[in-house]
Ligand binder design. Sequence first.
Ligand SMILES: [Zn+2]
Ligand SMILES: [Zn+2]
Length: 332
Amino acid sequence: MTIFEGGPTIAVRARYDEVVSDRWPVFVRPQPGELLSSWTHRLAFANGIAPRPFGRVLGFGPGMWSSSLDMNFQSDAVNILSTHTGISLPELFTMSLKGSPLKRLLLPLRDDGRRRGSAWLQFCPQCLADDAHPYFRRQWRLATRISCSHHQCGLRDRCPACRSRIAVFNQVELVPQHFCVTCGFDLRQASKVSVSPSVRSLDQCIHDICGLEAITSSLLDNSLVRRLLAIPDICRQYAAASLVSLSTSARIRCFVRLVTRPNDWLIEDDDAVVRLWRRSILSANGHAPLIELLADALERKRLRFRPEKRRQPTTELSTLLTAYLQMMENPP
Ligand SMILES: [Zn+2]
Ligand SMILES: [Zn+2]
């Protein structure tokens, strides 16, 4: 077909919707350890949609839709995300918290309005400032995490300017997720929260112990989770409060008291190998990169995309611990 004499010839060769891709225009690569909701917010922003209307694209109503996506991995929504980004469902699943063995240690999705009350998400301002694309980490959802080992500082769970919790899911403006939804403060500018090396070390040891024991089913069955939740009671800081109910600054106060006590409460277990393992981690100040490597490798193995199946232990904890202890004694 020629539109005007001497003009170009236009031929309709295929239906437009068969030629154009299903993919959204801008691809956003997930970052290491990124939370699914964080990546979803960045994806929305990169494609020119604010998080709240983007929630509607995925079939959600108002509210904490993206935090709910982290926990529940709703199939309709993740199918849309996978189709339009090309990222596989298993990869999206590893970014979620669905089926996490540490579920009981996750900060709850509720705002009780109390100053000392917990928030659902924490952040390290320095990590956000260093990121090329600021993003929120999965481990910042854990009540047992109170500090950043990399920047040697405490985490925050509120905007320092207006004291609001981090509510990117409510954002209706087209701004990146590291700006407070309520007042627009740049969270990267938040001042450093100082925590002592002993507090950071205890935080890291608990993280390593949990990370490794979560690989087997043992963490679900033993009393460690119960004791971690009772930290406010154990350190006599906030009697009868559960660790997950407290703000980050209140939990830091608990850890400050906790490091003045012996670690028996953390080491105690019926299994002698487990006791030995925990003691080794504590004496190494949780500074064993090997633990992280082992935990990462086994976590990836565990998180094969079988969300509806009952999780099977991938290895015997005692075998793993024995191998680790041998390596500690005879380093390569
Ligand atoms: Zn950091
Ligand atoms: Zn604010």
